[in-house]
Design a protein around this ligand. Structure first.
Ligand SMILES: Nc1ncnc2c1ncn2[C@@H]1O[C@H](COP(=O)(O)OP(=O)(O)OP(=O)(O)O)[C@@H](O)[C@H]1O
Length: 336
């Protein structure tokens, strides 16, 4: 769907060069929800804005459905903007227009539809985003979540193949964020729409993305399936972003010398999460397993668990426990 090759972006401000993107290479598949995460100033906004040429790259190529958009003239650019919808952190709605008129606007601009066709499409979109009762209100009369729903409906008006989300939930409270993320996921599944989003929060990546790229200091430092990146982060920046997103205190708060046994971090993914594996292993080996910290949650639809446990038993029995972990495909890391 999207192939980004050797993309660079340098801004020039008062004859000074500011590098925003360095040699970005990414491939995003049709129908996936792809997240780009990084700290402030890493280059996220610049990167997502190059995908519809709101920002022109300095060099490199961006292929969308096999066409290099960086070579587009203004007629092609106009068509590109219809194929690629975008939603924004601060919604960017037209305050003097009603909800229906905001959604109608991109349809009107194409000049392709009759008034009746546009009216029907707006009704359909209002239904999709759950705002049918609010069609005649003005943006100022809506909550933040409702405003973003209008933004989503407007972005979908021209049947885009790709939806870009620029920190789309960072102005919203946690509950509204969840409802907008559910809506995006629903749209991704119902319409088969490819979604690319940028965020600084790992929670958002974990909730809706299939794959993720981590950007730091203008470069992509890690890319992979969300479960792999989240559960086994490789780059120090990724490790920090993941650690910050955990709801429990960090392992550092536990002193290894407080415990007589072996401290082991367990990571498991899939159906095994809800099975009594530790009970079975204790029964089979006589090793006492104490849970010291842990999370059982989901990465998108996949259950996973991360536990910090203490193992008490003979060396031979503990070796057997590790064999069981291997058999159950439980990743284990001995901390002491
Ligand atoms: N229009 C611009 N002119 C000059 N420099 C810019 C411009 N936009 C961004 N930059 C610079 O490019 C770099 C990357 O900025 P960018 O906004 O892409 O990062 P970001 O990861 O989206 O940050 P944030 O999360 O704070 O929005 C920063 O050094 C920023 O100061």
């Amino acid at each position: 769907m999207i192939r980004i090759e050797h993309l660079h972006k340098i801004y020039q401000v008062a004859k000074r060069d500011i590098t925003a993107l360095t040699d970005i290479n990414l491939q995003i598949e049709a129908g996936e929800v792809f997240g780009i995460i990084g700290r402030s100033g890493a280059g996220k906004s610049t990167l997502i804005r190059t995908l519809n040429l709101l920002e022109r790259p300095t060099s490199g190529s961006i292929f969308i459905e096999d066409e290099d958009i960086t070579q587009f003239d203004s007629a092609n650019l106009h068509k590109l903007r219809q194929r690629v919808g975008m939603i924004f952190q601060h919604f960017n709605l037209l305050s003097a227009k009603t909800v229906a008129a905001n959604i109608d606007w991109p349809l009107k601009v194409t000049g392709k539809y009759t008034a009746e066709q546009r009216r029907q499409r707006v009704t359909e979109l209002l239904e999709l985003v759950g705002l049918s009762e609010h069609r005649d209100k003005y943006p100022a009369q809506l909550s933040g979540g409702q405003k973003q729903r209008v933004g989503i409906a407007r972005a979908l008006a021209n049947y885009p193949h790709l939806l870009l989300c620029d920190e789309a939930t960072s102005a919203l409270d946690p509950e509204t964020t969840q409802s907008i993320l559910r809506l995006l996921l629903d749209i991704n599944r119902k319409l088969g729409l490819t979604i690319v989003l940028i965020t600084h929060e790992m929670q958002i990546i974990r909730t809706i993305c299939d794959r993720v790229a981590v950007i730091d200091d203008t470069r992509i430092v890690e890319t992979g399936k969300v479960a792999d990146v989240f559960l086994h982060p490789q780059h120090p920046v990724t490790q920090k972003l993941v650690a910050e997103s955990h709801t429990f205190d960090n392992d550092a708060n536990l002193q290894a010398d407080q415990f007589k046994g072996k401290l082991v971090r367990l990571t498991f993914v899939g159906d095994i999460t809800y099975q009594p594996i530790l009970t079975n292993i204790t029964a089979a080996t006589q090793v006492l397993i104490t849970i010291l910290q842990g999370t059982i949650s989901r990465i998108k639809d996949t259950p996973y668990g991360q536990l910090l446990v203490e193992l008490n038993g003979s060396d031979e029995d503990i070796r057997q426990v590790f064999t069981h972990f291997d058999q159950y495909q439980i990743h284990h890391e001995v901390l002491s």
